[in-house]
Write a protein that binds this ligand. Structure first.
Ligand code: SF4
Ligand code: SF4
Length: 102
């Protein structure tokens, strides 16, 4: 999925921050807070992809280990998921916990 840009524009479309899989994750919360404190969507965030609590279809699975895989992935409702037809690729969703970027 390297054809999806790790860009501010795409980050703004990502709905991972609202997803129940990571909504109770302290680890993701801290990353989100840090991103907001450092003035959300600044370029420096993009240069450190592991610190972004989203865009996992680009960056690969999160380093956070407290995600709840029993909850439902929201990717199919995301503009990027539809634009890039990620439902036709593997994995189709849950990129935050099962997508290894080589
Ligand atoms: S497809 Fe999923 S991981 Fe990728 S940008 Fe959309 S919500 Fe985020
Ligand atoms: S990749 Fe899917 S499961 Fe993971 S946080 Fe984003 S929407 Fe939720």
């Amino acid at each position: 999925m390297v054809d999806i840009d790790l860009s501010i524009e795409n980050l703004q479309k990502c709905i991972c921050p609202e997803c129940p899989v990571q909504s109770k994750s302290q680890c993701a919360d801290e990353k989100l807070e840090k991103m907001i404190e450092s003035e959300l969507m600044q370029e420096e965030n993009i240069s450190n992809p592991q610190e972004i609590p989203g865009l996992y279809c680009v960056t690969g699975e999160s380093k956070c280990k407290d995600f709840d895989s029993e909850q439902t992935c929201q990717c199919s409702g995301c503009y990027i998921w539809n634009e890039y037809q990620l439902g036709k690729r593997e994995p189709r969703e849950y990129f935050c916990i099962n997508f290894e970027v080589l």
